[in-house]
Write a protein of this length. Structure first.
Length: 508
């Protein structure tokens, strides 16, 4: 039975358990009521039997010598069905009769008398079934040798108890039916939230969690997450679990995407690095082969010059890669107080010497100290890379402005030019390694392009100094912004503009 119930729904089990409980309770109440009512009716009947026996004993006492005399039954006041008998000294029934309705008392037959034998005259009540008369409640009394047996029919009591049981059974059946219907409705309504929670769990279980982007999983409605109810607690717990699953899957997908991108960047990095290193190596190998074949094929001085140039190019590329590797590992840089204004001014002067075809300007906030803590040579490399990027990727005649400003607790360096700008599709990855814009931005004829590491190195150095670098570009204006923590708090000041042109700044 228990195994069968386990296979049924909670709604069915609750309904069965409640119905069974109500059935037991109603049955117990009916039995108790019937027992109490029967005890009451039997007590009343026993009292009437005892009274009738005493009256019969009194009537028989009027004729003590005549043991067969039952004349007292003819007196008024005896109920119909009253049964009386007299015993002799041996306990044998001498005479017995029953009172009839509107008729003289009727003597009992031999079989009926036999049913009355063996009843002691001690005043106790007995239940006896008398043939053709029914069930009687009988008692026998003895007074001064006068022995009288008296009984009253139990038909009325039995009918009343039977009717009471039938009524109680009918009421119990109706009550159980009504209670079952009400319980079924109430249970169904109360379990609806749990059903909705289960439906949500089923819907989530059908979601393709093993592939694709997992977002927007179904949640349990807010009305089914009331912490004051058991179903609400289950709903709230399910929502928390779904949130956790969704966030975990999203984090896993982000991790997988990052790994995939990292692998792609690594492959691209290795391919680009191999290409960049292969070019000077191929050039060096070519010139060496030409020299091995004889000096008549190429002038030795020119060959050695080209080999030295390619070797220097390859050495610079390797040093740049090593620098990026050290910065990726988080190795500490040299730290000291650096005047950014002096660093930028020197870098502008060097850029002017390298790019005479551009217009170079410097803007300094001279009334405020632009001091930062860091590695001076690396910070100079950042500014030099930004200026070289502007020189290499803008046409002759472009104006390049380097600005130093102190704002609050940060020092800001801005390098802007009025060149053609960076293509929008290239802008999001301009600080990635081996990113080049040779095909998009104008370049001076005959000028070799860079390796694509300059801006990546600048971003890595700025990050190592606790700063940040950004770029904004539209046709006619490209601006790189470098922000670094100031060595001392600096009040905000209006920047002083000082055009540099082709002369060295006075501050340098």
């Amino acid at each position: 039975m228990t195994a069968r119930l386990r296979g049924r729904s909670l709604r069915t089990r609750l309904l069965l358990f409640i119905t069974a409980t109500l059935f037991v309770v109603c049955g117990a109440m009916a039995l108790v009521t019937a027992a109490v009512q029967r005890a009451y009716l039997m007590g009343d009947l026993d009292d009437r039997v005892t009274n009738a026996a005493q009256r019969s004993l009194g009537g028989a006492g009027l004729h003590p010598d005549d043991e067969a005399n039952l004349s007292f039954l003819t007196e008024n006041g005896h109920p119909a069905g009253l049964l009386a008998a007299r015993f002799d000294d041996d306990g044998t029934i001498v005479s017995a009769a029953v009172v009839s309705q509107d008729a003289p008392p009727q003597n009992l037959t031999t079989a009926q008398r036999a049913a009355l034998r063996g009843i002691a005259t001690d005043g106790s009540e007995h239940t006896v079934t008398v043939p053709a008369l029914g069930t009687y409640r009988i008692t026998a009394l003895d007074s001064d040798g006068i022995r009288v047996l008296t009984g009253l029919p139990m038909g009325n009591v039995q009918n009343m108890i039977g009717g009471l049981v039938m009524v109680e059974a009918g009421v119990a059946a109706a009550g159980l039916t009504a209670a079952g219907v009400v319980c079924a409705v109430v249970i169904r309504r109360q379990l609806r939230p749990l059903g909705r929670v289960a439906a949500t769990a089923v819907e989530v279980s059908r979601a393709p969690l093993d592939r694709g982007e997992v977002t927007g999983l179904t949640r349990v409605p807010a009305r089914d997450t009331d912490p004051g109810t058991e179903a609400g607690q289950v709903g709230a717990a399910l929502n928390r679990m779904i949130d956790h699953v969704e966030s975990s899957l999203a984090e896993r997908q982000r991790g997988e995407e990052q790994v995939r991108r990292s692998e792609e960047r690594m492959r691209r990095f290795l391919a680009d690095a191999s290409h960049e290193l292969r070019t000077p190596l191929a050039s060096i190998a070519g010139y060496a082969e030409l020299m091995n074949r004889g000096t008549d094929r190429i002038e030795p001085v020119l060959a050695w010059r080209r080999v030295s140039a390619e070797s220097a190019r390859m050495t610079g590329l390797v040093e740049d890669l090593l620098l990026l590797a050290r910065l990726d590992e988080g190795r500490p840089l040299e730290s000291g107080e650096v005047d950014l204004a002096a660093v930028v001014a020197e870098a502008v002067w060097d850029a002017r010497a390298a790019g005479t075809g551009h217009e170079w300007q410097l803007q300094l906030s001279l009334d405020a100290p632009s001091l930062v803590l860091g590695d001076e040579s690396r910070l100079h490399q950042v500014v030099a890379n930004l200026l070289a990027n502007a020189r290499m990727h803008t046409p002759v005649g472009t104006t390049v402005v380097a600005e130093v400003a102190a704002t609050g607790e940060r020092c800001v360096v801005r390098v802007r030019d009025d060149g053609p700008g960076i293509p929008p599709e290239l802008l999001p990855r301009v600080f990635e390694r081996f990113t080049r814009a040779d095909t998009s931005r104008a370049r001076t004829p005959g000028k070799e392009g860079g390796s694509g590491l300059g801006l990546a190195i600048a971003a890595a150095i700025v990050g190592a100094h606790g700063g940040r670098i950004e770029v904004e570009s539209v046709p006619g204006r490209t601006e790189f912004t470098v922000e670094l923590p100031s060595a001392v708090p600096i009040p905000e000041l209006e920047p002083a503009v000082e055009p540099v042109g082709h002369t060295k700044p006075a501050s340098v």
